[in-house]
Design a protein around this ligand. Structure first.
Ligand SMILES: [Zn+2]
Length: 75
């Protein structure tokens, strides 16, 4: 929470964002999964080489070793 608050203040002081602009950005991010519910639950990522599901927290397929491009904030 301290990190988030610090980043929030930096965005306002150093880059001119307003509270309203930052709240709108949070709403956009919340809607990444199509639901405005305060969390983002994206569907599992499948390996583009073998089609198996990539384990969360990894960008490498356990089955074939293929590396996939993941969203930096995928969770
Ligand atoms: Zn694979």
């Amino acid at each position: 929470m301290l990190i988030t608050e610090s980043l929030w203040e930096i965005m306002k002081k150093e880059h001119g964002y307003t509270d309203e602009m930052l709240v709108e950005m949070i709403k956009e991010i919340d809607l990444k999964d199509g639901r405005r519910d305060g969390r983002v639950l994206l569907p599992p990522v499948k390996c583009d080489a073998c089609g198996k599901i990539i384990e969360k927290g990894s960008n490498r397929c356990l089955y074939c070793g293929n590396t996939v491009d993941m969203d930096l904030f995928y969770r």
